[in-house]
Design a protein around this ligand. Structure first.
Ligand code: C2E
Ligand code: MG
Ligand code: MG
Ligand code: MG
Length: 282
């Protein structure tokens, strides 16, 4: 009986594995197609970042979305992971860069001065063509490099450290800004933090979501803001969901706040409407 049970569970398990494998292959294929067709399945959304001191919205983070042909949504973390594991991320990021830079140019032509952050992976930074492709795209749309921020997580920065740091320094040299995303949950030692060529620290949302209820989170966030400023970085909090948290961050002299309390990530046209409403009230 036991043996039969084992057989069954092994059989079931293997079937599950095969299915998951097939699903991933199918999804990867669809993702490739979605990038090359550029038929609207993939699109960018933009989440505003509030500059606390001036109450202006001068920055957004670009966040990718994928709605498949059958109408189903794929979680970005899932398909970004898939793209990273298959190497497709380089093509996907090229699509993202082109879309976001052209959007920034479009906003400029409408008199909306907006800086945009783009999330990239370790493989993008390691890729020798990333820098030249970004420069080419900025030229193509006549966008000032200082309007673009590259967001990288601690893990992405540390992978291939020496080469990665050199690549980031080269980006900084042409005016592109560098942000350390999800700060506080990765493995950046303070020694490394000191060495990284970054402009911005982005505090992970796990410290921000319950900021108004947690004394410990308040201690962590306050000391990170102070440390960030002393090291010469601008500090952003992601995951601001309540007015209380926003007020706390303002009192702690955090530079920018981003989160559902202000707005969810929006398509460009909706963001433009949101900005009009925001400035009508503020
Ligand atoms: P991330 O870069 O850390 O982005 C922040 C995530 O927090 C986003 O999730 C955003 O929608 C979400 N968020 C913003 N405000 C709040 C809030 O107040 N509360 C909560 N609970 N969540 C909030 P999203 O859009 O699902 O993206 C997840 C991750 O996928 C991103 O994390 C980033 O690592 C990756 N990603 C998204 N777009 C891209 C892209 O274009 N390229 C690459 N390489 N990665 C991307
Ligand atoms: Mg990010
Ligand atoms: Mg983040
Ligand atoms: Mg994240």
């Amino acid at each position: 009986d036991n043996a039969a049970d084992n057989q069954d569970s092994i059989h079931y398990y293997q079937n599950g594995e095969d299915e998951a494998h097939l699903d991933r292959l199918k999804m990867l294929d669809e993702l490739k197609q979605a990038i090359s067709d550029d038929d609207g399945q993939l699109f960018m959304t933009y989440q505003p970042k509030l500059h606390m001191q001036t109450k202006k919205i001068n920055k957004v983070e670009s966040l990718i979305r994928w709605q498949r042909k059958d109408g189903s949504w794929v979680n970005p973390e899932l398909f970004i992971d898939l793209a990273e594991q298959s190497g497709l991320i380089v093509e996907l990021t090229a699509w993202v860069v082109n879309t976001v830079v052209s959007q920034v140019a479009d906003w400029q032509s409408k008199g909306i001065q907006m800086q945009a952050a783009i999330n990239v992976s370790a493989q993008d930074i390691a890729s020798p063509s990333f820098h030249s492709a970004l420069v080419r795209t900025l030229k193509k749309y006549s966008v000032d490099p200082t309007l673009i921020t590259i967001e990288l997580t601690e893990r992405d920065m540390i992978e291939n450290e020496e080469k990665g740091i050199k690549a980031l320094q080269n980006l900084k040299a042409i005016g592109v800004k560098i942000s350390l995303d999800d700060y506080g949950v990765g493995q950046t030692s303070l020694g490394r933090l000191k060495m990284l060529p970054i402009d911005e620290l982005k505090l992970d949302k796990c410290f921000i979501l319950k900021l108004d209820e947690s004394q410990k989170d308040q201690y962590i966030v306050q000391s990170s803001i102070t440390l960030g400023h002393q090291l010469g970085f601008s500090v952003v909090a992601e995951g601001v969901e309540t007015l209380d948290s926003l007020n706390l961050l303002e009192a702690m002299q955090c530079d920018h706040a981003q989160g559902y309390y202000l707005s969810r990530p929006l398509k460009a046209e909706l963001l433009e409407q949101w900005l009009e409403e925001y400035y009508a009230k503020n």
